[in-house]
Design a protein around this ligand. Structure first.
Ligand code: ZN
Length: 135
């Protein structure tokens, strides 16, 4: 049985390309680019590794090391780009806040590290408001 890691790019015959969110011993959750989040039984899910060719070209620019969600410049599945990590009196080091910027409307807002991968824009995508990025 193939083991997928969070963030792995995969392809599915029906749903197309997507990114693995998590896998347990009997199911895998994938966020498909066109269909959104799907939870599938592993024994029936036929997934193949995708090299990410379906991604926007700017995410594959030469020399870019922005492959981890917490890296500056990382762009998630919803065109939200990691800007910077902020540490301030109102954020403890253990609860670092990361600033995302929307490529569509330029909105900037704070999120936790775990939310970067799938965050949607509170400005133009009807998502919940972000964390404050200024005191
Ligand atoms: Zn936006």
């Amino acid at each position: 049985m193939h083991t997928w890691n969070p963030g792995d790019r995969v392809a599915h015959a029906t749903f197309g390309t997507g990114a693995v969110i998590e896998q347990s011993h009997d199911y895998v959750i994938v966020h498909f680019d066109s269909y959104g989040r799907k939870k599938m039984a592993l024994r029936y899910a036929v997934l193949t590794a995708s090299d990410g060719a379906a991604r926007a070209p700017e995410q594959r620019r030469a020399g870019s090391s922005s492959e981890r969600p917490t890296d500056v410049g990382y762009e998630n599945l919803n065109e939200q780009v990691m800007q910077r990590r902020i540490g301030a009196a109102w954020t403890s080091a253990a609860d670092a806040v990361y600033v995302l910027k929307c490529k569509r409307c330029d909105a900037e807002y704070g999120v936790r590290a775990a939310d970067i991968l799938l965050r949607r824009c509170p400005g133009c995508m009807d998502a919940s408001a972000g964390l404050p990025i200024e005191p």
